[in-house]
Write a protein that binds this ligand. Structure first.
Ligand SMILES: Nc1nc2c(ncn2[C@@H]2O[C@H](COP(=O)(O)OP(=O)(O)OP(=O)(O)O)[C@@H](O)[C@H]2O)c(=O)[nH]1
Ligand SMILES: C[S@@+](CC[C@H](N)C(=O)[O-])C[C@H]1O[C@@H](n2cnc3c(N)ncnc32)[C@H](O)[C@@H]1O
Ligand code: SF4
Ligand code: SF4
Length: 325
């Protein structure tokens, strides 16, 4: 039994959100901060274990723990360890805003985290503050250094491209990664239910960056099966790499290799899909594993070939914190 859809795409990568909550106010994601509308019970460690056991038996080998801000959970290191020691899981990775990274990078590495992605939208402390609502740029950068020292096999930095806010920063970013073994990724700003006006004002294609890179002898790398969606470029004079995540480009979804489960246990077939399929009642007891697996397999039959962002359809995703990006 394998997770393969009708377009012959194989899904070995699970993005698991463990909380919706976040302590940042990124202007493209949660500009007014996290709003606690009603008390939600996020997945417990027991529920997570039952979920991961089923996915691993269906061929999942890589799990990204995301959120909201995943490291806000006190049991975050336990969750890392628990997933990393599940049979069949080869890689446990996370995406974080880095607020407590300098303190915990080594601890998470020891718990079994193999790689880490840190979101840093600008290398200018004031602009960072303006975008995220947090005046802790230097602390986050210390966290990136702590990741490199801790020995993670890969450290990536995510930067959402925004017209007039950080699109002139390419040379500063390039100077930074010349001597740093970091994969720096520029992500095209995506429209969600809540950010239409912001999107119209700030969205910018990554193609202009691609053109600059190719004109400066950067070379595109081949993709591997479990890789994320970035087009990756290297240069012999740079220790770091550049990645471009361009969901508005043609054929972006042809390589889709990931499924998502939200922090309340709903299976989402696409970042911009509809409501999702409730799995939670099947996560309470390990004896329900067979039914859980068949529910996931049945749901996959409905996965669409692509998103419909070019038609302005955001599939009911209010913001990416709600489902883990
Ligand atoms: N449209 C779309 N965007 C995605 C998808 N996966 C990731 N992204 C975007 O890319 C951002 C960065 O993703 P990360 O959490 O760093 O993970 P990744 O790029 O899948 O990870 P790697 O495995 O490290 O390459 C996400 O927050 C999204 O904004 C996807 O399947 N579809
Ligand atoms: C939703 S966050 C969750 C993890 C963590 N809080 C963080 O920011 O790294 C994951 C990623 O989604 C990206 N993101 C959020 N909203 C986005 C949007 N509308 N368009 C593109 N990327 C977005 C963020 O920059 C971040 O890199
Ligand atoms: S992008 Fe991440 S850090 Fe920023 S508000 Fe969204 S969930 Fe929080
Ligand atoms: S937008 Fe949906 S179909 Fe396309 S790559 Fe992302 S998750 Fe896959």
């Amino acid at each position: 039994m394998q997770l393969i859809d009708k377009y012959h795409r194989k899904f070995e990568y699970l993005r698991l959100s463990i909380t919706d909550e976040c302590n940042f106010k990124c202007n493209y994601c949660l500009p007014d901060g996290y709003q606690r509308t009603h008390q939600k019970q996020f997945l417990s460690q027991n529920e997570i274990q039952n979920l991961i056991n089923a996915f691993a038996e269906l061929g999942t080998s890589k799990v990204r723990i995301t959120g909201g801000e995943p490291s806000l959970r006190k049991d975050f290191p336990n969750i890392i360890e628990q997933i990393a020691t599940t049979d069949g899981i080869k890689k446990v990775v996370t995406t974080t805003n880095g607020f407590n990274l300098s303190k915990h990078a080594e601890h998470w590495f020891e718990a079994g985290l193999s790689a880490i992605n840190v979101s840093i939208d600008s290398l200018d402390a004031n602009t960072f503050n303006l975008i995220t609502g947090k005046n802790i740029f230097h602390k986050v950068m210390e966290g990136v250094d702590a990741c490199i020292t801790a020995g993670f096999e890969q450290v990536k930095v995510n930067s959402v491209l925004m017209k007039g806010l950080n699109d002139n920063d390419l040379s500063t970013f390039l100077a930074w990664i010349k001597q740093q073994p970091i994969q720096l990724r520029f992500i095209e700003l995506m429209q969600t239910d809540d950010n239409a006006e912001f999107f119209n004002r700030y969205h910018l294609s990554g193609q202009s960056i691609k053109d600059v890179l190719l004109s400066q002898q950067w070379v595109q790398k081949n993709r591997h099966a479990n890789d994320g969606p970035a087009e990756v470029f290297f240069h012999p004079d740079y220790l770091g790499e550049i990645g471009l995540i361009m969901p508005y480009s043609k054929d972006f979804c042809d390589n889709c290799n990931r499924l998502r489960v939200s922090a309340v246990g709903r299976l989402h077939l696409c970042l911009f899909g509809e409501d999702g399929v409730d799995l939670r009642h099947l996560l309470q007891n390990s004896a329900d594993k067979a039914e859980l697996k068949s529910t996931i397999l049945a749901a996959l039959k409905e996965k669409k070939s692509s998103h419909f962002l070019d038609l302005g359809l955001t599939g009911g995703t209010p913001h990416l914190a709600s489902i883990g990006g």
